[in-house]
Design a protein around this ligand. Structure first.
Ligand code: ATP
Ligand code: MG
Length: 400
């Protein structure tokens, strides 16, 4: 007898009606995608639960992988047996004896299947007695047990679980629609992407780069960051926008103090066009209020006015410390702090205006024309799909 399943609980309470079906199907799909490496495992749906059938696969790396999947509330290793008293007893004993360092236990039976002839309370007693008789050194503690042996008697089978591991929470990626993440190489924007995925958004990314002022390595760094994000939400399409000429033109036509504001406005305009072309309904940025000159309220106000599309800023109220904590947790920090050039820092003026008045910027833009440069940048976009599944292939060429 061994743990042959993983039982997955999702936060069903927050969901109602039609959404729930869509939610569960999406979650099942995302779990399958996350576990693509494990060919033998199967992901099944059942009322209120999802199950992973292990078919001999090692559960440890699979549990770790599942802890990154949004929409999962908690998970447990489970033993599946027929709805028969003897089989349930044997599995419960196995669950108790394999919980390391536990001295006290409690049995909790949930009889979802009312056709099972023994009622929950009686079954608790039967199993408690059985466990005490067939083990040594354990006592029952119903209030604060070291381990709780949970027995779910369901329609077709009974599942026995003990340890409950916390899941990532949130909603399944893709169940809330899609957003375009403005992804730089910095600390903040990958965290912003992570947080929106947690709320069920699928993301595509846009990155503005300015070769040869920004290097190939700086571009690769952004793709590597996207690759880390795929662990939480599957493959990500990255739109790489050539920004060199536009940036040079901006700083030629606009006074230095306002260059950055205009540059941001154009970044947002281009992002909006990408959204329109790809059926995306919002953009997400890593902006945090007051962090730098472009992130004052006056700047946000003046930059934002070029678009009607919702601009999601999940970090707006966070301190840098909090953002860094997230960044370490999701695994992007070490990559983010590598010192490669960014298009925005290269052209950034020494003293950008922190209070760029809308009227002033509009007036400056009136005397300039960037349309043809924007069209050219749009035409030059390179799309790279960062695949969640791409594993580095072994190079055997030297063996031939
Ligand atoms: P980050 O740590 O994400 O780089 P930041 O603190 O450096 O943010 P800014 O440089 O003001 O702040 O950028 C604010 C936001 O604008 C970023 O979080 C990102 O969403 C977007 N952004 C900045 N530079 C780029 C770029 N080159 N390509 C795409 N988006 C960008
Ligand atoms: Mg940055």
């Amino acid at each position: 007898m061994e743990y042959d399943h993983i039982l997955i609980r999702y936060g069903e309470l927050a969901l109602k009606g039609k959404n729930i079906k869509q939610f569960i199907v999406r979650l099942q799909q995302n779990i399958r995608e996350a576990l693509y490496e494990y060919e033998q495992v199967k992901v099944k749906r059942s009322l209120g639960r999802l199950f992973v059938e292990l078919h001999g696969a090692d559960p440890t790396p699979i549990m770790e992988r599942l802890q990154k999947v949004f929409g999962i509330y908690s998970l447990s290793l489970a033993i599946k047996v027929n709805n028969e008293e003897e089989a349930i007893k044997e599995a419960a004993l196995h669950a108790l004896l394999s919980s390391k360092n536990a001295k006290t236990f409690k049995v909790a039976v949930r009889r979802a299947n009312k056709n099972f002839p023994i009622r929950s309370q009686e079954m608790n007693q039967i199993l408690g007695g059985h466990l005490l008789r067939h083990s040594e050194g354990y006592t029952v503690n119903v209030h604060e047990p070291d381990v709780e042996i949970r027995v779910e008697i369901r329609e077709k089978a009974t599942y026995i679980t003990s340890t409950v591991v916390k899941g990532a929470g949130g909603l399944p990626v893709g169940s809330s629609g899609k957003s375009l993440l403005l992804l730089s190489g910095g600390i903040d924007s990958p965290v912003a992407g992570y947080l929106m995925m947690k709320r069920g958004l699928e993301i595509e990314a846009v990155h503005f780069h300015s070769p040869p002022f920004t290097s190939e390595r700086a571009k690769q760094k952004v793709l590597d960051l996207a690759k880390i994000l795929t662990e939480y939400g599957g493959s990500i399409k990255v739109h790489l926008v050539p920004f060199t000429e536009l940036q040079q033109e901006i700083f030629k036509q606009i006074p230095e103090r306002y260059g950055m504001t205009v540059m941001r406005r154009i970044m947002l305009q281009i992002s909006e066009k990408i959204c329109q072309n790809n059926h995306i309904l919002a953009v997400t940025t890593g902006e945090s209020l007051g962090q730098v000159a472009s992130q004052t309220l006056a700047s946000m106000n003046t930059i934002n006015e070029v678009t009607n599309i919702p601009v999601l800023r999940p970090l707006v109220a966070m301190d840098k410390e909090e953002i860094i904590t997230y960044s370490r947790k999701i695994g992007t920090y070490d990559l983010s702090i590598l010192p490669y050039e960014d298009c925005c820092t290269i052209f950034v003026p020494k003293a950008p205006s922190t209070n760029p008045k809308r009227e002033k910027v509009l007036q400056l833009e009136e005397g300039a024309d960037f349309t043809s440069f924007i069209d050219k940048a749009m035409a030059g976009i390179e799309v790279v799909t960062v695949d969640a599944k791409a594993i580095e292939e072994d190079d055997f060429s030297d063996l031939l």
